[in-house]
Design a protein around this ligand. Structure first.
Ligand code: KIV
Length: 288
């Protein structure tokens, strides 16, 4: 029997084509093999291997401690699962800040070792030269401005950005600088919807919002947030589509109750031995 054809792998050009057709881009942050399989098979365009995995998968209080090696470890698992979605590998804090050489080396590592298709990096105007160098080295870059969690200390907390006229204009400058640097798309995180709308109108590359209102070209959510698999906090911009925390919690409680009551395992979960083998076995046991 002929094998089913492998799904067509999406490219950065497919994203732009979707926007040109007036369609939205879907991006979801996944952290491991099974979550990436679910996302890939659901038809989501881009899987982001985001450094938010520091919180959702590794138990850190933020993204600051996440290392390049940790990102690559997760990217490898995700790239084994994803057959169709474009894979976006986040460069963590410290991976691109000291020099363009660091940025290029770590972007190359993300592609070569992690198996991603492109990289993402946080930062606006100040990081445009770094982004440009990475793009010129041949690695497509998704930019990320607004609330940039790696710089949470500088921002004074996980706060909405661009709420004043002045900071809104700065965000527009940041976005234009990253487009000019050659980035193929840009994430807008936690910014007012009308600022995101203006940025989306002024840019030619797709904008992907997370907490940036409905006018962006696409939307990003973190899988653990949207399916309720993270118990610490849920940002205002998240819509929860399932409550996996409670589903898994109930399964764990039911398992304990079943074992306690002798209702698990039953015959259907057990392995049997033929009667004659069993009799011979018991004779041998009796003889010692
Ligand atoms: O790490 C992540 O999941 C992200 C998204 C919030 C855009 O950067």
């Amino acid at each position: 029997m002929a094998e089913a054809a492998a799904p067509k792998k999406l490219t950065i050009f497919d994203l732009q084509a979707k926007v040109d057709r007036g369609e939205k881009i879907f991006q979801v942050t996944a952290v491991d093999y099974p979550t990436a399989q679910l996302v890939d098979r659901s038809g989501i365009d881009c899987i982001l291997i985001g450094d938010s995995l520091g919180m959702t998968a590794l138990g850190y209080s933020g993204t600051v401690p996440v290392t390049m090696d940790e990102m690559i470890h997760h990217a490898k698992a995700i790239s084994r699962a994803a057959k169709r979605s474009l894979l976006v590998g986040d460069l963590p804090l410290g991976a691109y800040h000291a020099s363009t050489a660091d940025a290029i080396n770590n972007a190359m590592r993300m592609l070569k070792e992690g198996g991603t298709d492109v990289v993402k990096l946080e930062g606006g105007e100040d990081f445009a030269p770094i982004a440009e160098a990475v793009v010129k080295s041949g690695v497509p870059v998704m930019a990320h401005i607004g609330l940039t969690p790696q710089l949470v200390s500088k921002l004074g907390g996980f706060k909405v950005q661009g709420k004043s006229a002045e900071t809104g204009v700065q965000l527009l400058k940041d976005a234009l600088a990253m487009e000019e640097a050659g980035c193929f798309a840009i994430v807008l995180e936690a910014i007012p919807d009308r600022v995101a709308q203006v940025i989306t109108d002024k840019l030619t590359i797709p904008t992907i919002g997370i907490g940036a209102g409905p006018h962006c070209d696409g939307q990003n959510l973190v899988l653990h947030d949207m399916v309720g698999l993270f118990d610490r906090f849920t940002p205002k911009f998240v819509k929860r589509y399932a409550n996996c925390w409670d589903v898994i919690g109930k399964a764990l409680a039911d398992f304990q109750e079943d074992v306690h009551k002798g209702q698990f395992p039953l015959a259907e979960h057990s392995f049997t031995m033929k009667e004659d083998e069993y009799q011979a076995f018991m004779q041998k046991v009796a003889k010692g």
